[in-house]
Design a protein around this ligand. Structure first.
Ligand code: NI
Length: 174
């Protein structure tokens, strides 16, 4: 948090299947796995492009230790995403961010969402999602518009250190 790249509006990807794009996705995947993130956006590793990845591959045995209660979200590469809330219903829940290490906050997000975009090969992705899946997509897409989750917290009393809010959880270095 504080890096200028995290506050930019990221640029659209114009070409799929390039070496640069595939290498970027590998970097994102390596970083997300290493840090046990639920998702990650390209601006978080200093690349201002509209690329996010999130979720877990079926080969990953356990749930994400940072979000042990969350429903499984399929591993997804999502490029040039467009989000459309299905209705106005929102729900509050805890979030953390690899760019805001050691902190957690309660963030309101749309409960149900339609999203579209493309994978790294240019195949169209079109999904209706809800709950944690919808929350992760909203959090990661915010990174593409220069928004970090603390900017969306309704009450700053709901923002603080992970080890204070969750003293009994083995929260890893974020
Ligand atoms: Ni984040």
């Amino acid at each position: 948090m504080g890096e200028p790249c995290l506050l930019l509006k990221a640029a659209l990807v114009e070409q799929f299947n390039t070496h640069e794009l595939l290498a970027l996705i590998q970097d994102l995947e390596d970083t997300m796995r290493h840090m046990n993130g639920a998702g990650i956006a390209a601006p978080q590793i200093g690349v201002s492009l509209r690329v996010i990845i999130f979720g877990q591959k079926e080969t990953d045995s356990s749930n994400n230790p940072r979000y042990p209660d969350a429903d499984a979200v399929p591993y997804t590469v999502l490029i040039n995403p467009v989000l459309t809330p299905i209705d106005s219903e929102m729900e509050d829940d805890w979030e953390g961010c690899l760019s805001v290490p050691g902190m957690r906050g309660i963030v309101p997000r749309y409960t149900r969402l339609h999203y579209t975009g493309f994978d790294q090969h240019g195949n169209k992705i079109d999904r209706l999602v809800s709950g944690f899946h919808a929350r992760v997509v909203q959090h990661e897409c915010d990174h593409l518009d220069g928004i970090l989750y603390p900017m969306r917290i309704s009450h700053l009393k709901d923002f603080g250190y992970s080890e204070v809010f969750f003293p009994n959880q083995d929260i890893q270095d974020e």
